[in-house]
Design a protein around this ligand. Structure first.
Ligand code: PMM
Length: 285
């Protein structure tokens, strides 16, 4: 892939597995790990552990996007993420910032981030696409239909695969028209965002169609509700958060087989272990 001067290339997919992006949520209320890494030192330590476990990228976010979440003010988001990004980038990590706000994205890139991961794909902040194009950093654009506070009301599709493809495809066109380089763009189906479990499963089972849009694809399935409830009766109830990493790792293998570029996971070790099994199996064929 060509690299124009000033552009920060996305990490290459290793030959045997997708890029693994380890999650560092610096929030009091994230879905699976809210409050655990709110202290900057704890967040940096968490990031360093994920790096040691094999993460290629650390995704640092200061806004929870769990269903029903309300947004922190911008100054609070900045206060949460910038010291953590500075420390992790100084330690040599490739860092993405999980944000929907241009001032946070800009400050994060200044602090050393080289990827902007925007769950709204640039829709929440109309300046985002131009900012990212100007900075020349990578951009992860997720399928999104509105803020988390009421997004599950928007989980209505005629055909979820066709509808998400169409909506992400037109978002892609707008992002490229704003000047984002095609090689800098990653598309993400947005599992759990205005999606019911059956929507997530259909999207996972048809990742090849998303890849046919011609861009890298990243999947964020880690610990989401549909992995908590799969195979469980109502009486048994969903798996606890800590108990969802096996289901996540199994999903990572399926996504890797479907050829995705990247996986966003909370527990890096179990996903890398599972990908090692897949690699050994692939090499023995
Ligand atoms: N999911 C969450 C947060 N950020 N980013 C991308 N690109 N894709 C996702 O699926 C995604 C994301 C919510 O997960 P968490 O709050 O449990 O970490």
């Amino acid at each position: 892939m060509s690299t124009s001067p000033g552009r920060r290339p996305l990490p290459a997919r290793p030959s045997w597995r997708p890029v693994v992006m380890g999650v560092v949520n610096v929030t009091p209320d994230s879905f699976s790990d809210g409050g655990q890494w709110l202290d900057p030192d704890a967040a940096v330590q968490r990031g360093m552990l994920l790096l040691a476990e094999g993460a290629d990228v650390l995704d640092v976010g200061g806004e929870s996007t769990r269903p029903g979440a309300t947004r922190p003010v911008e100054t609070e988001e900045l206060r949460r993420v910038i010291p953590v990004i500075t420390a992790l980038a100084d330690a040599g990590a490739t860092v993405s910032v999980d944000t929907m706000r241009t001032p946070v994205a800009e400050a994060a890139v200044r602090a050393g981030a080289s990827i902007v991961n925007d769950v709204s794909g640039g829709l929440a902040d109309p300046q985002m696409a131009a900012l990212v194009a100007g900075l020349g950093v990578g951009f992860i654009a997720m399928h999104w239909r509105g803020h988390s506070v009421d997004m599950q009301r928007r989980a209505r599709y005629d055909d979820v695969v066709r509808d998400v493809m169409a909506e992400l495809g037109s978002r892609r066109d707008e992002l490229l028209a704003a000047g984002i380089h095609p090689d800098s763009l990653v598309l993400d189906p947005g599992l759990g965002f205005a999606k019911l479990p059956e929507h997530n499963w259909r999207l996972l089972a048809h990742l090849g169609e998303l890849e046919s849009l011609g861009h890298r694809v990243l999947v964020g399935a880690s610990r989401k509700t549909f992995l908590g409830t799969v195979g469980r009766t109502e009486a048994e109830g969903p798996r606890t958060m800590d108990d969802r990493d096996v289901a996540t790792a199994a999903t990572s293998v399926l996504c890797a087989r479907a050829g995705v570029w990247g996986l966003r996971v909370h527990d890096v070790r179990s996903t890398i272990d599972a990908l090692q099994v897949l690699d050994a199996w692939e090499r023995a064929r």
